[in-house]
Ligand binder design. Structure first.
Ligand code: GAR
Length: 190
C-alpha cells in the first residue's frame, strides 16, 4: 500500500514504519514524509532512510487554507492510498479531511475517547488514571473522534513516573500503528 506520513516530532513511529517496510514485515511503500517543522527529528530519519520528504511549515503561510493546499499539492500525483498521521500536531480542516475521506488515520497516545487533544499522556497521569494506552483511528473533522481501528491498554502503576509511562506508550504505539495500517488497508481496498 502506498502511504504518506505526516509528522511534526521526533519520528519514532515513522522510523518504525520505515523499518517494517524495509524488512518486508509490513507491505507498505512510504512514498513521502511531510513535516510542518523545519527542525523535526523525523527529517534526519527520512534522510538516513532515503525517504523523500518535504517541509511545509505552517508559519510560512498566511492562512491554514494555503498551508493545507500546499500539503494537498505535495501529495497529489503520487497515488497515495493512505495518509498516516504519526505525531502530526496540526489540526486538519474539514476541507482537508474530506478531500481524503476515510483515507487518513492517526495515532493518539490515550485510550480514546478519553484525553483527546494535546498532552494526553500527561493528563492521564495527572488525572491518576489507572489505565491508559494508545489508539489508532480514522480521522474525521472533529479532533481525535473518528472510528477506532485498534487500541492498546496498560495499567499505570502507583509508583510509575511519567517518563517511563511515555516510553511504554511509545512501545505500544510501535505495535498498534502497523496493525492499524493493515486494518485500514483492508477496509480501504474492500
Ligand atoms: C506519539 O506519541 C503520538 O501518539 C503523538 O505524538 C507522538 C509522536 O511520537 N501524537 C499526538 O499526540 C497527536 N495528537 P514520534 O514523533 O516519536 O512518532
Amino acid at each position: 500500500m502506498r502511504i504518506a506520513v505526516l509528522a511534526s516530532g521526533k519520528g519514532s513511529n515513522f522510523q518504525n514504519l520505515v523499518n517494517l517496510s524495509r524488512d518486508g514485515i509490513l507491505d507498505i511503500e512510504i512514498i513521502k514524509l511531510i513535516t510542518n517543522k523545519s527542525n523535526a527529528g523525523c527529517i534526519n530519519k527520512a534522510i538516513s532512510s532515503k525517504i523523500r520528504y518535504e517541509v511545509i511549515n505552517d508559519k510560512d503561510f498566511k492562512t491554514s487554507e494555503e498551508f493545507e493546499y500546499q500539503i494537498i499539492n505535495a501529495l497529489s500525483n503520487n497515488q497515495i492510498e493512505l495518509i498516516v498521521l504519526a505525531g502530526w500536531m496540526k489540526i486538519l480542516s474539514e476541507r482537508f479531511v474530506n478531500s481524503f475521506k476515510n483515507r487518513i488515520i492517526n495515532i493518539h497516545p490515550s485510550l480514546l475517547p478519553s484525553f483527546k487533544g494535546n498532552k494526553a499522556i500527561e493528563r492521564a497521569f495527572i488525572n491518576k488514571s489507572l489505565i491508559t494506552g494508545c489508539s489508532v483511528h480514522f480521522v474525521v473533522p472533529e479532533v481525535d473522534s473518528g472510528e477506532l481501528i485498534v487500541q492498546a491498554a496498560l495499567a499505570i502503576k502507583s509508583d510509575e513516573n511519567i517518563e517511563d509511562l511515555k516510553e511504554k506508550i511509545h512501545s505500544l504505539e510501535h505495535i498498534i500503528l502497523p496493525q492499524g495500517i493493515s486494518e485500514a488497508g483492508l477496509i480501504i481496498r474492500s
